[in-house]
Write a protein that binds this ligand. Sequence first.
Ligand code: LLP
Length: 433
Amino acid sequence: MLYPYLSTNENGHLTIAGHDTVSLAQKYGTALFVLNVDRLQENCRIYVDTLRECFGDNAMPLFASKSLSFTGIYTLMNRFGMGTDIVSCGELYTAKKAGFPLEKAFFHGNNKTDSDIAYALDNKIGYFVVDNEDELLRLSAIAKEYGITQKILLRITPGIDPHTHKAIVTGSVDSKFGKAIETNQAYEIVELALALDNIELCGFHCHIGSQIFECQPFCDASDCMLAFIHEVKKRYHYEAKMLNLGGGFGVRYVESDPEVNIADNIRAVAAHVKTKCQEYGLSLPYILMEPGRSIVADTTVTLYTVGSVKEITGFRNYVSVDGGMTDNPRYALYQSAYTVLTANRMNEEADYACTVAGRCCESGDLIQENVMIAKPERGDILAVLTTGAYNYSMASNYNRLPRPAILLVGNNYEKLAVRRESFEDLCRLDLDL
Ligand code: LLP
């Protein structure tokens, strides 16, 4: 099985952390996200422990909460020793509701409105990750009105293209995020930040991409960022105290994806950071990393009930489920690969080729094409693995479908963290005419 906490019980049912998924589907209904909280803790521990091993107290992992945001996840992240990255005041509000210590929150985004800035200052957010001059100037002005000095990092584009990284140093300069080193604009924004009142420049941030399996692009990015810190020191006599290396480590969705050893990757990046600091005569900055996918993706399985099996002679077989792009838009958006299992027929041969379709009025509403599963029939339970990241957080109410519940499970633990949306919830914002 793709993950060790998934197994098959004596009834031939898929289990997650020892819980029978077919019983969970009956008890809570489908579609249902089932999140293994023990796995979540293990994933956090890898980052917390390995960063500590490499940098002592001089580092912290931040959970990129765009990958999964609901009140309880911030409670758990705080419990498991993580800071957080937020990209909107909605995420900030959710973290605040959970009592998350906002001094450990980093506010991202390429277009923070004046009211976003004010809201974050009202809530004493730890750091802004400033994207551009417009934001920087407004932040300085608004912080002045508040009579405070706001700590910031600047988002820098190191020019590493993780997908064709051997060709290096050109690719991702054309990005809506951050300021590029290559065009010199990164230096210009540093100069501005150093000159502005009510702004304390603490260091720099970069993020090179997501679902990256190789370690080299991260090492290259850290080399690049330290060269930048060195050059900034030479030019402006300012030495960065913090370096945020972003997120992006890949996760296994299907057997053919490589295994990623996150701890080893962190160690490799740490070695680069240390070597370059020595080479450039820099003090070791406080190191941040911002994983999202590699914290939550492999914690979760989505359970669906099969509604119909349609065999189109000479074409293909469609298996329709009671969910779809509304709870998992990633196949429709990126043709992402997923592992699909017939959860109540785990001992049967997976010899039925089919397309798993959602129930939206949209031909592109597919969960997966060309998968081999044990032949299902109406009423069977399908499990789609590795759905913890960018599924619930990207869910929608298209066709007025209520969003699924999120159930936490663990060793002798079962607790609903997000209840299923009701029809009443769907009409909550609608006003009578
Ligand atoms: N930090 C920043 C600034 C980011 O933009 C992101 C992801 C992360 C951290 C976390 O990256 P991760 O460790 O999760 O790879 N919706 C897409 C993924 C978008 C990622 C956006 N930024 C998907 O479903 O694959």
